[in-house]
Design a protein around this ligand. Structure first.
Ligand code: SF4
Length: 215
């Protein structure tokens, strides 16, 4: 059993912020584009998502009412670069229909954070990470997003046990940080930087990493 080490997460956050500066996520012009991007980014990299988003943008389709009106086959062509395009097109169309039928994003925004999270988790293809990303980045709710990078960093530093899951990790961040959207937003994006550039799966580059003093 791992011996869990205590840590001051605000100090970790400040070190990352001074190393990388503001990340200003999510890279989207508004909540609709953010939600579409969150669905498309599953199982692919962001470069591929950008290509699909740019196809949708060129065709004025970064909007739920327009997505509903567009034939599935046309949507599939535009979403193709993001991979799993049949499944993603179906899910996107279904989500757009449900959101519009519910009264749009403004109506959803009237829900409490717990209700809103449950609402998104009921939609096809939306798991905890996607739901929480949408809550944080589209609805500005103080929900910490956990991803594989975050779990890896926390476990390598013994801030979490090897077996700890999404929910445990999320509770850990929420317990140790001020409940502030801007901090949750930046911290998640900064951990993605660490995961991509230093805390790699096979060979972590600890000596060059800004989190090395926290080992
Ligand atoms: S690369 Fe090393 S120092 Fe950086 S986060 Fe991973 S384990 Fe920590």
């Amino acid at each position: 059993m791992t011996k869990i080490r205590d840590c001051n997460l605000m100090t970790v956050y400040e070190s990352l912020f001074s190393a990388f500066g503001p990340q200003l996520w999510w890279p989207a012009t508004g909540p609709e584009e953010m939600i579409i991007g969150a669905l498309l980014t599953q199982n692919t990299n962001w470069k591929n998502v950008e290509k699909a988003l740019s196809n949708l943008r060129r065709n004025n389709l970064l909007s739920f009412p327009y997505i509903i009106k567009t034939p599935l086959s046309q949507l599939e062509k535009m979403i193709k670069p993001a991979g799993y395009f049949r499944q993603k097109s179906q899910r996107l169309k279904a989500l757009a229909e449900t959101i519009v039928a519910t009264g749009g994003l403004d109506s959803l925004d009237l829900l409490t954070t717990i209700e809103l999270r449950e609402w998104f988790l009921r939609q096809s293809g939306i798991g905890p990470e996607t739901a929480d990303s949408i809550l944080l980045y589209a609805f500005k709710r103080p929900v910490f997003v956990i991803d594989a990078y975050t779990l890896r960093v926390c476990k390598r530093h013994n801030w979490l046990n090897d077996k700890d899951d999404y929910r445990k990790a999320q509770k850990f961040f929420i317990r140790k940080l001020p409940l502030k959207v801007n901090i949750f937003n930046e911290f998640h994006a900064l951990l993605v930087q660490i995961g991509k550039n230093f805390c790699r799966t096979k060979k972590p580059l600890c000596q060059e990493c800004p989190l090395e003093p926290f080992l």
